[in-house]
Write a protein that binds this ligand. Structure first.
Ligand code: HEC
Ligand code: HEC
Length: 475
């Protein structure tokens, strides 16, 4: 384990790498990432906080795709405090919550690079840092289309509902014809680039996809750009894309448990000598092509050996790894989603405690993105089996005040001096110890677990199907 951890941490400092797949469906630039092509695309990987000082490290999920006309870029920025004010074309957008991509289309000349910086209300700044460009401090890319979540607003102030924001862009490849070997690129062409994020009033810290090591202090460090390779075949280097396939996954599990557990743990849990393949973390390798390559040929410079097994068996193992990683949003769930939605807001009374996309109550967790966070099994368990201990932030309390008032709700924060209770009335009550006459902690979560009894079999299944569609990527 120590050895593997060491290897992984070395990998984290090296320049980032990514394979840009060809888009498998048309992409509408609308600030939503709901096209099948985006859903299938692998995230580039965690951003690095190169110059971290303090505050929350909020992650960014970036993806890239291409077709004959465009390079497509998307950023999904987790952000509890979204603010942006710059409206002037080429203004200082990086003071606002802002995402960026710096692109060097010729890997032998990384100092020729093109910059795109876009804030949360859709103002862009572009520069062209190449030896041939004589157009001045800024640059006008041709034909670029892009959308930000708050596009066109005249400002975006921080607000309590802030969760995340997106920028989606199509950059015509002809903009790079001066420097790229081919436009459109050919299979295997390498470019260098970095993706970045910074700004805003709160948690303004800069992060980048490819790490920038000290003493470098700036995103304008082309030597630290990551390497991207264009791959034309789709689905990971020409091999069939592996779809969720329960039969293949079952067969793959047996093969896996026969050959791989000595290093990776049984059933894909953490092993002594190799990382868990199914735990809830970000993976270095996520496309079918990369997994195939790792299993068939091994990973050079590590203990991960190649395997002489038939390709079909390797694909079954990949189906198994996918099944371990799948959340509810990744699997087909039978049931009527629309009817599930009306049960959620009606007979099920779920919306009295849960919010989805801004609609509903706040006593329970917001379920807007629950299908991307939990496995299908966990969703069903949440509706039928009580948590042994109410989770943090949802512990039920009953407070009797010296004034005679009684407050029932969940404890959001509790210390020696005070208590914050989110009441059944959906108000946050700030109570000092001195005001309290009596305090009772409940042992059962407010989450009712009788849904399977209260609802008909079909209604229950429909609610589960509805929950399994609640992921931001479906919007
Ligand atoms: C001798 C020990 C060993 C055996 C046996 C082994 N692995 Fe690995 N595997 C490793 C190590 C170590 C790594 C981490 C390599 C690295 O740091 O990149 C790894 C990494 C991987 C990865 C990449 C994980 C990621 O997050 O990118 C996959 C996939 C994988 N192994 C699959 C398998 C499969 C499938 C088998 C069985 C056919 C197997 N391994 C057998 C040691 C082993
Ligand atoms: C009286 C308030 C209340 C009602 C009504 C309620 N819930 Fe919950 N729910 C909670 C609370 C509080 C939690 C968090 C604590 C826990 O998991 O026990 C929770 C947790 C959950 C979770 C797990 C969330 C996670 O992060 O894993 C799901 C899923 C869920 N509820 C769905 C539903 C559905 C569907 C209904 C309607 C059939 C429903 N809830 C009705 C209060 C409620």
């Amino acid at each position: 384990m120590r050895c593997a951890a060491l290897l992984l941490s070395f990998a984290a400092v090296a320049a980032a790498q990514y394979r840009i797949e060809r888009a498998t469906s048309k992409i509408n630039i609308d600030g939503k990432l709901d096209e099948p092509a985006w859903r299938a695309a692998a995230p580039a990987g965690d951003f690095h906080f190169n110059w971290f000082v303090s505050g929350d490290k909020e992650q960014t999920e970036a993806k890239l795709l291409w077709d004959d006309d465009n390079l497509y870029v998307s950023w999904r920025a987790a952000d509890r405090h979204i603010s942006a004010y710059e409206l002037k074309r080429h203004g200082p957008v990086s003071k606002d919550d802002c995402v960026e991509i710096f692109i060097a289309p010729n890997p032998a000349k990384v100092t020729n690079y093109y910059t795109f910086e876009i804030n949360a209300i859709g103002t862009m700044l572009n520069r062209n840092r190449s030896y041939w460009y004589t157009g001045g401090a800024t640059w006008e890319p041709e034909g670029m289309v892009y959308r930000a979540t708050f596009h066109g607003q005249d400002k975006k102030d921080e607000s309590p509902g802030d969760r995340d924001w997106i920028v989606e862009a199509a950059i015509p490849l002809r903009n790079f014809s001066h420097d790229a070997a081919h436009t459109p690129p050919r299979e295997g062409d390498e470019w260098r680039l970095n993706l970045q994020r910074l700004g805003g009033k709160t948690n303004a810290q800069a992060s980048s996809w490819s790490p920038i090591l000290p003493p470098a202090k700036s995103f304008h460090t082309p030597a630290a750009f990551g390497a991207v390779v264009f791959t034309g075949a789709g689905g990971g280097g020409g091999r069939a894309r592996v779809r969720p396939d329960p039969d293949a996954a079952r067969a793959g599990r047996e093969i896996y448990n026969r050959f791989c557990t000595m290093c990776h743990g049984l059933d894909g849990a953490n092993g002594d000598r190799a990382p868990a393949l199914g735990a809830q973390r970000r993976y270095l390798r996520s496309t079918a092509g990369d997994l195939f390559d790792a299993i068939k040929n091994g990973i050079r410079g590590t203990n991960m050996p190649g395997s002489p097994m038939p390709d079909a068996d390797i694909n079954k193992i990949i189906a198994f790894i996918y099944s371990l990683r799948a959340t509810a949003a990744d699997v087909e769930v039978p049931g009527d989603v629309a009817r599930g939605e009306s049960v959620f807001h009606g007979k099920g009374q779920c919306a009295s405690c849960h919010m989805i996309r801004g609609r509903g109550g706040i006593l329970g967790p917001d379920l807007t993105n629950i299908a991307a966070e939990r496995k299908l099994e966990d969703l069903k368990l949440a509706l039928t089996v009580a948590q042994p201990v109410p989770p943090r932030g949802y512990a039920p309390v009953e407070v009797l005040l010296k004034s005679g008032a009684r407050i029932e709700g969940v404890a959001k924060n509790e210390n020696n001096y005070s208590l914050q209770v989110l009441g059944r009335d959906e108000k946050l009550h700030l109570i000092t110890r001195g005001e309290i006459a009596g305090l009772k902690h409940g042992t059962r979560s407010l989450m009712p677990v009788d849904a399977a009894e209260r609802l008909s079999k079909d209604e229950f299944q429909d609610v589960v199907a509805f929950l399994a569609r609640q992921a931001r990527r479906f919007w």
